[in-house]
Design a binder for this molecule. Sequence first.
Ligand code: NAP
Length: 291
Amino acid sequence: MTAPLIVITGANSGIGKATALALAKKGNRIVMICRSEARGLAAQQDIVEESGNKQVFLELCDLASHASIKACSIVLHQQYKSIDILINNAGGIFGAHQLTEDGLERTFGLNHMGYFLFTHYMLDLVKAGSGKRIISVASIAHKMTSSIPWGDLQLRNIRYRQFQAYALSKLYNIYFTKILAQKMLDEKTGITVNCLHPGSIYTGFGTSGSKAFAKLVQVGGRFLPKPKTGAKTSVYLATAADLSTVTGAYYAHGKRAGISRLAKNKEAAQRIWDKSLELANIESYGVIESV
Ligand SMILES: NC(=O)c1ccc[n+]([C@@H]2O[C@H](COP(=O)([O-])OP(=O)(O)OC[C@H]3O[C@@H](n4cnc5c(N)ncnc54)[C@H](OP(=O)(O)O)[C@@H]3O)[C@@H](O)[C@H]2O)c1
């Protein structure tokens, strides 16, 4: 029997790399989705050496770019007939307001639209797989916001605050999980969709934040748990047999966890979903032109 195929975004460092390593050690086939060939190849070599598993592959994609995600989708459809488990993990925090090439505020574009779009392009492959799990790394930071700037989702007209942008993007990860989970139930696909907070972990996170935050993380972060600990909940959601029917849930430290009042708002979740479809010019989520 062929080993399950697990696709992990942002797998060249931090929690994504540790997740890829742990799942490679369990004998899975791993596809690492990374934006830098050099960093991706170095991490791939580490994972193969440490796990003894040669079935670790690398594909390049800038998850903050719609064109790059689309191009990566074409390559993945040529290489693989199905995906068993998809783990959306790539993300970051940005110290200044920047726009992606698609005109989106970078935190929104990478952390939210990166998950939303990459999953859109992978959904037919996940439907064809037998693992049928989609997992997204969100964050407890979603609790740091209590309102959504509806008229200004790209944060152009308000004073940019990195933590607000980050908190909103992680709130949208929970919305994405909940709406997609319901959609997969309605369509009887058998696919479960869950998200998680990995803990506060010492990784490369924060290096693209403001200088002060990057310095704080560099100094104080050393006392935090290591990426191996941060990977545990992702690995649990990907592998636990008792979770095969759990969907639309948020986990932290390997357990179901509470979300903010705003994160429970179904109307807001649907509005963000609809807005995301509009921004990406998607008519039918998960339906892509044949490649
Ligand atoms: N660390 C924590 O305490 C913590 C807490 C809660 C949630 N999280 C979440 O955990 C996830 C992983 O973060 P981490 O802590 O492991 O940080 P990290 O070490 O900085 O890893 C982030 C990964 O995302 C990749 N990435 C960034 N921008 C990308 C892009 N445009 N296209 C493709 N890949 C891109 C990075 O690749 P490059 O090396 O090329 O930049 C890297 O592999 C994120 O979603 C983060 O929000 C982290």
